[in-house]
Ligand binder design. Sequence first.
Ligand code: IMP
Length: 188
Amino acid sequence: MAVNSRYDLKLLYSREEISTVVNRLAANISNDYDGKDLIIIGVLKGAVIFLSDLIRELSIPAEIDFIGLSSYGDGVTSCGEVKIIAQPTAPVTGRHILITEDIVDTGLCIEGLLKYFSAFKPASIKICALMDKPSRHQVPVEIAYAGFTIPDKFVVGYGLDYAQRYRYLPQIYTLEEVSDEGQLASDD
Ligand code: IMP
């Protein structure tokens, strides 16, 4: 995906579809963590909108915190190597951590985050991801709470960006490259 190309947005998931999935995830999390000391860690910046909606659907108390990873050039590539640029401030030792991600692509970010948080000896660490691209995984990733399973497409909106654009959009779109003739270059 070239930074200088032109793109069109194609709707992938509507607000209604997103909220159905968020409600399902929140119900499962509420059920599984009832009575446990839960801390939900949002991965900046992409997971902010998802986390905000998710926690408001929980029926159990949870603390929230955030972790910032380094940005990756034009925004279309994945972590490759995880560099933490903003550390969480809340103590996590002995607590149940739920890492909340916007999307799992290669799985390398999650792998790095699991390694980082394991060092603090939490009671447990699990992953909640709004979207997953299983065909792109480079490492095994166990997603305890998975929203949408999507094909190998670049998606934006609902917190996800392309070069810092489109995060504010309330729905999720695929980014489709436009050919010179103005046609969608994608085949669907
Ligand atoms: P991973 O380490 O390859 O799994 O990368 C996950 C991170 O890459 C996500 O948290 C996003 O920041 C970014 N990313 C991967 N795929 C997309 C996408 O389709 N749209 C927007 N960001 C993406």
